[in-house]
Design a protein around this ligand. Structure first.
Ligand code: FE2
Ligand code: FE2
Length: 189
């Protein structure tokens, strides 16, 4: 897929505010690709399209999970987890995206997972640290990425923050989020 095609798809589908976020994630991911030696185009495409299914109807997404035999655990979660795997599914089946890095990055940006690919880690982190994000602790994570240049530590800190947030609200935790936390807690230094 060409970059222009990804931009047009995101622009046509998403509200402007979310489209602008997608542009910032794509740009941040490209900036990070230069630092960490990743494929810039893959980072751009996955960044631009990661939230493509963000506002899709939950029932429709659940139908896709059942029809295409995606992980049944997805049915226990709402859009916050589902919009990643559904975006990857739509890009694969309707728009001819075949690159595994790009698909994994879209799929797992909502949860992380253990042993992510480089592109996957970059998009996961870029989504959290893009310049307009004002989440508590985000400045420290930007320093870990652009100062310490420690991508695995950034993945760990983001996953830890996500877990703490979910637990503080008595929310369920998707298994891949736990797996991500455990995996990166061991290799972050
Ligand atoms: Fe998202
Ligand atoms: Fe996002």
């Amino acid at each position: 897929m060409k970059k222009s095609e990804a931009i047009n798809l995101a622009k046509a589908k998403l509200p402007d505010r979310r489209f602008q976020h997608s542009c910032r994630v794509a740009d941040t991911a490209v900036q990070m690709a230069k630092i960490f030696g990743a494929n810039e185009k893959k980072c751009f495409l996955a960044g631009m399209l990661h939230d493509y299914a963000k506002y899709d109807d939950l029932k429709g997404m659940q139908k896709i999970v059942k029809k295409f035999h995606l992980a049944p655990e997805y049915l226990q979660f709402k859009s916050e987890i589902l919009h990643g795997p559904i975006a990857a599914h739509i890009m694969k089946t309707e728009h001819g995206v075949t690159d595994a890095d790009v698909l994994y990055a879209m799929e797992n940006h909502t949860s992380g997972r253990s042993n992510m690919t480089l592109v996957e880690k970059i998009v996961f982190v870029a989504d959290y640290i893009e310049p307009r994000r004002e989440i508590p602790g985000v400045k420290g994570i930007r320093k870990v990425v652009f100062g310490e240049k420690n991508l695995d530590k950034a993945v760990f800190l983001i996953t830890k923050a996500n877990l703490l947030h979910l637990i503080s609200k008595d929310r369920m935790i998707f298994s891949k989020t736990f797996e991500c936390y455990n995996y990166y807690s061991n290799i972050k230094e």
